[in-house]
Write a protein that binds this ligand. Structure first.
Ligand code: SF4
Ligand code: SF4
Length: 283
């Protein structure tokens, strides 16, 4: 079961949701929690533990100046503008390269080979007996979030229960994190902005064929618009968490609602059971 926690908007409580769900489930089964918000991973703050770090690299082209005849074919081929062929040399812009390998294939002089270039890291921590945490972190200045997310998902691919915390929004890194998931939870809040971005996230999940349910966080009780939207789109509201100073205080000190107030564990377990029941069948 691969379950994604997403939100069209930042700050809705998506990471809180992922952390509490993982904490609750890991008390009765083995759970892998993956932080795919690679530009700002923060799940590790809920689960401090020693971590093993592994580098994530992508292959990038290296030009052999001795063999290159400056024919221009690699520059013409590259759709990302990562190669500029001058009369006496080839300029390479690694931040634009998407590691497609095409330039190496089209070079008639066999003047291009590939070498790995570091773009980020994965860290592996055993938070407690039932919970492994994998954190993807993009190196500062690197624009390539997608390969880091792909690497994080790949190492956990065979684990029985995987919870993926995506980045907020609906951009490429979110699509990559959602892709291949069996079910999803969209976390929103009862504001016009929350509803607008919930609609965007629901559209993305729809296009990817992922069944999703909704959690309304920090509800002020005025959720009519959100509830109407969910009814219209046939989205189940799996849980409503009220706005509460006590819950806000628990979170702001980096604690877990389900740990401090164990009565919430039933609510989070029930969300998971609903997701399992509605999950798409994958091979
Ligand atoms: S295709 Fe090969 S030979 Fe032509 S400019 Fe590029 S590296 Fe040089
Ligand atoms: S590997 Fe692909 S994206 Fe990178 S420079 Fe070569 S053609 Fe361009």
């Amino acid at each position: 079961m691969k379950l994604a926690i997403a939100s069209g908007k930042g700050g809705t409580g998506k990471t809180m949701m992922a952390a509490n769900l993982a904490f609750t489930l890991a008390r009765t089964r083995q759970v892998t929690l993956i932080d795919c918000d690679v530009e700002e991973p923060n799940l590790h703050l809920f689960f401090p533990a020693p971590a093993e770090i592994q580098e994530v690299s992508v292959p990038v082209p290296v030009i052999d100046a001795g063999r290159c005849r400056h024919c221009g074919k690699c520059g013409e081929f590259c759709q990302y503008g990562a190669l500029t062929v001058l009369p006496d040399r080839v300029l390479f812009f690694p931040e634009l390269c998407h590691s497609c390998g095409g330039c190496r294939l089209v070079c008639p002089e066999d003047a291009i080979h590939e070498e790995p270039r570091r773009i980020g890291t994965l860290s592996f921590a055993n938070a407690f007996a039932g919970l492994n945490l994998i954190t993807g972190t993009l190196d500062t200045g690197s624009p390539h979030a997608v390969p880091v997310i792909r690497a994080a998902k790949k190492v956990a691919a065979r684990d029985p229960v995987i919870i993926i915390d995506t980045a907020p929004g609906t951009s490429c890194p979110v699509v990559e994190a959602l892709d291949g998931c069996d079910a999803g939870i969209l976390v929103t809040e009862s504001t016009p902005f929350g509803l607008h971005d919930l609609a965007l996230a629901a559209d993305v999940a729809d296009r990817l064929g992922i069944p999703v349910g909704v959690v309304i966080n920090r509800s002020d009780g005025k959720d009519e618009e959100t509830r109407r939207f969910c009814t219209d789109r046939n989205l189940e509201i799996m849980l409503t968490i009220p706005f509460s100073r006590e819950i806000a205080a628990i979170q702001s000190r980096g604690d877990l609602l389900c740990k401090v107030r164990p009565e919430w564990q039933n609510e989070f377990s029930s969300i998971f059971e609903k997701c399992v029941a509605g999950a798409r069948v994958t091979k």
